[in-house]
Design a binder for this molecule. Structure first.
Ligand code: PMP
Length: 415
């Protein structure tokens, strides 16, 4: 793979110029790596199989972005496809939910220690906003505390870009730096008696920075504060869910939220989101308006049942951890033997890497671009993901590419 000619993207570029004519920005959303590393990434893809994806120019990649998280088992995983196709041959969207509505809720409640009920939606933003509505109904309060820089979706209360959003909406959200318990306590005290929810990602996985696992005592302190002040603690597990622990990403820490929100990996790429809650919040969940036309579609629910069962039966969490560690160890060894200072962060199954002192992200842009042009799909400022389809030979093949990319960084920027 490494000695082959570097990839080119003519068809992608041609499609992008057509897209710009008829779609605002051609592709909206701010995360498309082709915008940041021009000429080194494809813009349009055609197929995915296992851990490999292919673009419209016919280039193949080992995928470490997993569709920004959803692909947890592998693209077109046979067991998920079989379940989805079987369901599609009967029904997807009908007047009323299918039996999968009940079966999936029972499965999720049975594997999630904090959950007594499940409510379904389509996207992460649906459930983060829905959870706040439930917390407000439960507490009779309006304010929310979130960590500054955490991503919770595109809705008015949390969009990272404020354009087009009423200031009054944002005034209800107070922020503090993730892992800073004292700062959180101060914000809670300033808003005493007014805070409905604290919403947190399981660890800090913001764009453009090293990931941070919860500091010792942080989660326990958040839980205690919420208990003391009657605040609903919401775990936004939309991005990390189903890669660290099938009972919720805080289970290894022994800290239990009041609501857990999933989307992305729950159905291996089929559109689905879930809010899971404690008994105490059932009345609030029943009282708020929470609905949409496609929320009960059966195919994604069948895919979710198959995804969760396959992860359980095949030890998926451990497999992703082991392969993520193999990738991390290989990268560490390559960077150190070339004398390049890097930081690897986050859990092995949701890793990220930066170059130390990389002002303007120029080194990581070059590194990821060089990887893409040789067949390894990493993102320069969004965390990476493992999937269970990554096997040792895929990791080793990817490492042969990262080695070339590190050499390119060294050649351009020195050690
Ligand atoms: N929360 C987190 C932690 C996320 O990573 C995302 C999506 N990246 C969302 C919420 C929003 O999900 P969606 O894009 O499906 O609305």
């Amino acid at each position: 793979m490494t000695s082959a000619p570097l990839y080119t993207f003519n068809r992608s570029e041609e499609l992008m110029s057509r897209a710009r004519q008829v779609i605002p920005s051609g592709i909206y959303g701010a995360k498309n790596p082709a915008n940041f590393v021009p000429g080194s990434y494809p813009v349009f893809l055609t197929t995915g199989e296992g851990c490999r994806i292919r673009d419209v120019d016919g280039n193949e990649y080992i995928d470490f972005l997993c569709s920004f998280g959803p692909i947890v088992l592998g693209h077109r995983h046979p067991k998920v496809e079989e379940a989805a196709l079987a369901q599609a041959s009967r029904c997807d969207s009908l007047n009323l939910p299918s039996e999968k509505w009940v079966e999936l809720a029972e499965l999720l409640v049975s594997i999630t220690p904090v959950a007594d009920w499940a409510a379904f939606a389509k996207s992460g933003s649906d459930v983060t906003s829905g959870a706040l509505r439930m917390a407000r109904a439960h507490t009779g309060r309006e304010k929310v505390i979130a960590a500054s820089g955490s991503y919770h979706g595109w809705h008015d209360w949390c969009s990272p870009i404020p354009t087009g959003i009423p200031a009054a909406e944002r005034a209800l959200v107070a922020t503090f730096p993730y892992n800073d318990l004292e700062a959180l306590k101060r914000v809670a005290a300033e808003n005493k008696g007014q805070v409905a929810a604290v919403i947190l990602t399981p660890f800090r996985h913001d764009f453009f920075r090293d990931e941070e696992l919860p500091a010792p005592g942080f989660l326990e302190g958040v839980r205690a504060l919420c208990d003391q002040e009657g605040i609903v603690l919401v775990l936004d597990d939309v991005r990390a869910g189903f890669r660290l622990d099938l009972g919720g990403s805080w289970e290894p820490y022994g800290v239990r939220p009041d609501l857990i929100l999933y989307s992305k990996a729950v159905a291996n790429g089929y559109p689905l989101a879930v809010a899971l809650g404690r008994e105490e919040l059932r009345r609030a969940a029943e009282s708020v308006y929470f609905s949409a036309t496609y929320w009960s579609a059966a195919v994604p629910m069948a895919a979710a049942v198959a995804t969760i069962n396959t992860l359980r039966e095949e030890g998926g969490i451990e497999q992703m951890r082991a392969m993520g560690q193999r990738f991390r160890d290989g990268i560490e060894q390559q960077a150190s033997s070339l004398g390049l200072a890097i930081t690897q962060s986050g859990p092995p199954a949701i890793p990220f890497m930066t170059f130390v002192g990389d002002t303007g992200f120029r080194r990581i842009h070059l590194f990821c671009g060089e990887c893409a042009r040789r067949g390894v799909f990493l993102h320069p400022f969004h965390n990476w993901f493992l999937m269970t389809a990554h096997k040792e030979r895929d990791i080793d093949q990817a490492l042969a590419v990262t080695e070339e990319a590190f050499k390119a960084v060294k050649a351009q920027f020195g050690g």
